[in-house]
Design a protein around this ligand. Structure first.
Ligand SMILES: Cc1ncc(COP(=O)(O)O)c(C=O)c1O
Length: 397
């Protein structure tokens, strides 16, 4: 779908690395160029026409994001990406509200960005990190989650969609459970927000983090959505211009209201505008259409991959466009180097989920992550390449 909107698809590549970052449609780059070429200026500072134009374009994106994930505009914080968003949750909110011995539930399929900040907080204040056991498919079940909750559990933080296994966690059910049990619920939406309808309010989320560049937007911009009452209680982790009302020689100061309180310094203006354009474009295509197309492609891949006997699949069941596999006896990175000879872009490695090796039989996998501009024909090329992989070492050496 919509391949003509993506200049990179004019070239000779098959892009299956959408979990790492997506391609950019021309209209996103055009929107950013308009800012750079027609009204470059800082925001919320100037009184001249170009500055006013920038203010309008920049501020409008907060409403676009709010509409897209169903939250209030003042609950939308611009960050540099999902990683920064999660760090803001952990060091802005949790550091102030958690105490020694409080339990934070994670799981071993999480990306480094949703583990390491917690480990650092554990080092600082002694929170107790525990891991929800994964089932035999390396997925989280609601029952497994509930089994490990105690009255010490204060936070559940998990990816809506795991970036390796691609399982879609039941955030609506988990969110309701958390709300009923006074547990703070943080959702890492880096792999879900670009691919399916995500509803912050309906899923009773307290915090939601995601990145612009994985959803057709530019690098360097992301979003943290936080429930208004919690944001009022959250501390900034970065201080400077744009976020204060005053400061005095006697060190008194006052911060602006949420959300700009968390956006010190000149923000990524062009990137925010680009993200707004990306979201508008995604809405025009329709998130349900996107998800349906990805599932169709994934099912097609699964049906065709059966033709090859040396492929080991790790996540047949997942309900997203992420497929993780290996060729029997072949190191994952050798497979990705081999596929590059067919101009096929995939990702190989542990995908930053470095604890998953404790549960999986392998540390590294090849990941195909699909998006709406991928096609069955591209999957045919991948299948043919994998079929020919008996000569893999001749090709890559
Ligand atoms: C599930 C998940 N969370 C967080 C991140 C971090 O995103 P970023 O590097 O854009 O901050 C990624 C990136 O791959 C991811 O897949």
């Amino acid at each position: 779908m919509h391949r003509e909107d993506f200049p990179m698809l004019d070239g000779n590549i098959i892009y299956f690395d959408n979990g790492a970052t997506t391609l950019k449609p021309k209209r996103v780059v055009d929107a950013m160029n308009r800012y750079y070429l027609e009204h470059t200026s800082n925001i919320h500072r100037g009184d001249y026409d170009a500055a006013i134009q920038s203010n309008l374009a920049y501020d409008a994106v907060r409403d676009i994001v709010a509409r897209f994930v169903n939250c209030k505009s003042k609950e939308v914080i611009y960050t540099s990406g999902a990683t920064y968003s999660i760090n803001l949750v952990v060091f802005g909110y949790m550091r102030k509200h958690l105490h020694k011995g409080d339990v934070v539930l994670l799981n071993k399929a999480e990306h480094a960005s949703n583990v390491l900040p917690w480990i650092k907080l554990q080092e600082e204040i002694g929170i107790d990190i525990q891991y929800i056991p994964l089932d035999e498919n390396y997925e989280i079940t609601f029952d497994n989650l509930v089994k490990v909750v105690t009255d010490k559990t204060k936070v559940i933080s998990l990816a809506h969609v795991s970036n390796v296994i691609g399982d879609v966690r039941d955030v609506k059910r988990i969110g309701k459970y958390c709300r009923e049990n006074n547990i703070i619920f943080h959702v890492d939406g880096a792999q879900s927000v670009p691919h399916m309808k995500v509803d912050f309010q309906d899923s009773c989320m307290d915090f939601l983090s995601f990145s612009g560049h994985k959803m057709l937007g530019p690098t360097g911009v992301g979003i943290l959505v936080g429930r208004e009452e919690l944001l009022e209680e959250m501390e900034p982790i970065c201080y400077g211009g744009g976020m204060n009302s005053f400061f005095e020689e006697d060190s008194s100061y006052e911060l602006k209201s949420i959300p700009v309180r968390f956006e010190a310094g000149t923000p990524p203006i062009a990137e925010v505008i680009g993200l707004g354009e990306a979201i508008t474009y995604l809405e025009e295509i329709g998130m349900d259409n996107i998800h349906k197309h990805e599932m169709d492609l994934k099912d097609y891949f699964l049906s065709r991959v059966k033709e090859i006997d040396n492929v080991i699949l790790y996540n047949n069941n997942s309900e997203s466009g992420i497929v993780s596999f290996n060729l029997e006896g072949v190191f994952a990175q050798d497979t990705s180097v081999y596929l590059n000879h067919y101009h096929i872009c995939v990702r190989a490695g542990n995908h930053c989920a470095k604890l998953l090796k404790d549960d999986m039989p392998v540390q590294n996998t090849v990941r195909v992550s699909l998006y709406f501009y991928n096609t069955r024909e591209e999957i045919d090329v991948l299948i043919e390449a994998l079929k020919n992989s008996k000569d893999l070492f001749n090709v890559i050496i």
